[in-house]
Design a protein around this ligand. Structure first.
Ligand code: FAD
Length: 120
């Protein structure tokens, strides 16, 4: 079996901004790429909701669709407008996947995003 350390290092060194949240989207972990993309240190976002990245330019339908999928325990991928710590905006291509326990109950979410501003 692969050691847990390797899983941790792979996530830490990923170029995707990766975060793990509780069932209410409160952040429990954020990797160094998350800090590079958003400007927030992991220690600053600990316990904060992912909505701290949200920008009013994102239509609320996007969030409703996202949560509609997650409520069905299905992953969602889409593009939305995010706001960095310094207030600047970027287009984020975001994938969120539910994390289930052995009984199939939702325990966490895995979020992965990257800045795709240059591509649009
Ligand atoms: P919210 O108060 O969150 O509400 C928006 C809509 O979603 C409402 O219809 C509400 O009923 C529904 N909703 C909210 N929370 C829940 C819930 N726990 N269960 C069911 N329905 C719910 N948002 C971003 O803008 N940028 C990101 O990069 C981002 N990354 C995320 C990563 C992960 C892993 C997760 C789980 C969520 C992420 N979100 C992200 C979504 C974020 O948590 C907010 O829902 C979103 O930012 C909208 O915030 P809001 O305060 O405007 O609205």
């Amino acid at each position: 079996a692969l050691p847990a350390r390797l899983f941790f290092e792979a996530v830490e060194q990923s170029s995707m901004a990766i975060s793990i949240t509780d069932a209410k989207a409160n952040i429990l972990y954020a990797n160094p790429a998350f800090t590079r993309v958003t400007g927030y240190e992991a220690s600053e976002v600990m316990g904060e909701n992912e909505s701290l990245l949200s920008d009013r330019r994102t239509p609320s339908l996007v969030y409703e669709t996202l949560w509609g999928r997650l409520r069905q325990l299905k992953p969602w991928t889409g593009v939305l407008v995010n706001r960095r710590k310094d207030g600047s905006r970027y287009l984020a291509e975001l994938s969120i996947a539910p994390v289930l326990d052995a009984q199939g109950h939702l325990t966490h979410y895995l979020g992965m995003h990257r800045d795709v501003t240059e591509m649009h």
